[in-house]
Design a protein around this ligand. Structure first.
Ligand SMILES: Cc1cc2nc3c(=O)[nH]c(=O)nc-3n(C[C@H](O)[C@H](O)[C@H](O)COP(=O)(O)OP(=O)(O)OC[C@H]3O[C@@H](n4cnc5c(N)ncnc54)[C@H](O)[C@@H]3O)c2cc1C
Length: 413
């Protein structure tokens, strides 16, 4: 039998955006319920990069010490395959920034989400419901008034709320609403995602390589390498048909220090295909509903910046909405203010990702030089590597984004 409950803010999705929003609102005394369809935070293919803006946020929230205790690797440079034979060139040296957090922390996302959940749970106004999937929106006189949900053991119910925030990622159910259709941008690649064992003496951090029509990125997760191969979009079937042995031979030719474990991957079942998408909603809201994070703008893995952006959206949303939520009335003006605040930085980031797709990754996957001309690529990389002040601009952007968001004062501890 359906149950009907009420909360002030219903957050759909317990990813980085949803968990940060839940924590900030709960600390500010707003009643908030986060619905997460999975039973745990263990997801293989999620961004593991925690950028300086998120590190600074955790610090302001009093979580810096707990975060520092999580197993992590630190990365200070962002590199793109702009060099000769697509070798990686440093385009941003975060280590040169004069900021307290001048590195990217590589932390399994489940650890970050668990930390946020553990911190939020003791708050009396916070509820996290795992294994609970929002199945549709409740709409009354054009206003979203909450969601219908289903739990993994088959129970169903309605959760009514003053405001519903969709933090359910790029497959968000909010995107089915007629006013919230995304504008899509072309992406030249998909990603294969698999693990290889990590050995003593391997490099650490984030390591890249380039092969024949694919790019390799390896994330150091301590005991194993989370490997990604960027392949031309739509080429999954054809490449699989050519055989796993052939792919591993090509892969280890591009990343020779992994050659001794080429046989660790035994079947294609261990290689997951991730459809890379880049899009954004024209409108992130309608009465009673706001979309943030990937639900509002699906990010490409380029620059590993999507988690960061999702967290910053959540911080801006909390800052704008704590007041109206406390008063129990959230108008269109309030949700519009969140989009207005976050749209420019989202559009700028996606524009840079589109440039990287079109000028660097697309050509690399087609076996061509970046920027279509080796001379131009050399001049650009020369400029970035020889003028530290020029390098500091992308470094600051990767680290903190175009605008820095501050959490509501009531959430800071
Ligand atoms: C191949 C690939 C690699 C990437 N690598 C990086 C990287 O290294 N660094 C980086 O910063 N970004 C990376 N990104 C982008 C990054 O993963 C996203 O931008 C980021 O996860 C968005 O966070 P979010 O909280 O908005 O959404 P998500 O992380 O997608 O979280 C959404 C949550 O909602 C839950 N959910 C979905 N539907 C429902 C429902 N109906 N009811 C309840 N719960 C629901 C999901 O289970 C999930 O927990 C990568 C993207 C891709 C495709």
């Amino acid at each position: 039998m359906d149950t009907t409950e009420r909360t002030t803010c219903c957050v759909v999705g317990g990813g980085p955006a949803g968990m940060v929003l839940g924590l900030l609102l709960a600390r500010a005394g707003v009643e908030v319920t986060v619905l997460e369809k999975h039973g745990d935070f263990l997801r293989d293919f999620r961004g593991d990069t925690v950028h300086p803006s998120t590190l600074a946020l955790l610090d302001r929230l009093g979580l810096a010490e707990r975060f520092a205790r999580l197993p992590q690797r630190r990365v200070t440079t962002v590199r793109l395959p702009l060099g000769r034979d697509h070798s990686l060139v440093t385009v941003a040296d975060l280590g040169a920034l004069r900021e307290p957090y001048n590195y990217i922390a590589m932390v399994p996302q489940r650890d970050l989400l668990t930390l946020l959940a553990d911190e939020a749970r003791p708050e009396p106004t916070f509820t996290l419901r795992m294994s609970t999937e929002a199945t549709s929106f409740l709409v009354e006189r054009g206003r979203v008034t909450g969601v219908r949900y289903r739990t993994s053991d088959g129970r169903t119910g309605e959760l009514r709320a003053t405001l519903t925030v969709a933090c359910d990622g790029r497959g968000s159910s909010a995107r089915a609403l007629p006013e919230l259709r995304p504008r899509r941008f072309t992406c030249p690649m998909d990603a294969w995602w698999f693990r290889l064992p990590r050995h003593e003496g391997d490099p650490s951090g984030l390591v890249g390589g380039a092969g024949d029509r694919f790019l390799a990125v390896m994330i150091d997760r301590g005991e194993y390498w989370q490997c990604s191969a960027l392949i031309p979009k739509g080429s999954d079937g054809l490449r699989r048909a050519a055989g796993l042995g052939r792919f591993m031979a090509e892969f280890t030719a591009a990343v020779p220090w992994l050659a001794d474990r080429a046989h660790a991957l035994r079947s294609w079942d261990e290689v997951k295909l991730l459809d890379v998408r880049l899009d954004r909603l024209r409108r992130w809201h309608r009465p009673g509903l706001l979309c943030v994070g990937d639900a509002a703008h699906a990010m490409s893995p380029v620059f590993g910046i999507g988690v960061n952006l999702a967290v910053e959206d959540a911080v801006a949303a909390a800052r704008h909405l704590v007041g109206p939520l406390r008063e129990g009335v959230v108008g269109l003006r309030d949700v519009r203010a969140v989009q207005r605040r976050r749209w420019p930085t989202t559009a700028l980031t996606q524009t840079l990702q589109r440039i990287a797709h079109a000028r660097v990754i697309g050509p690399a996957l087609a076996g061509q030089p970046p920027f279509g001309d080796p001379g131009r690529a050399r001049r650009i990389t020369g400029l970035l590597t020889t003028s530290p002040w020029l390098n500091r601009v992308p470094a600051y952007f990767f680290a903190y984004g175009a605008v820095r968001e501050r959490p509501p004062a009531a959430s800071v501890r």
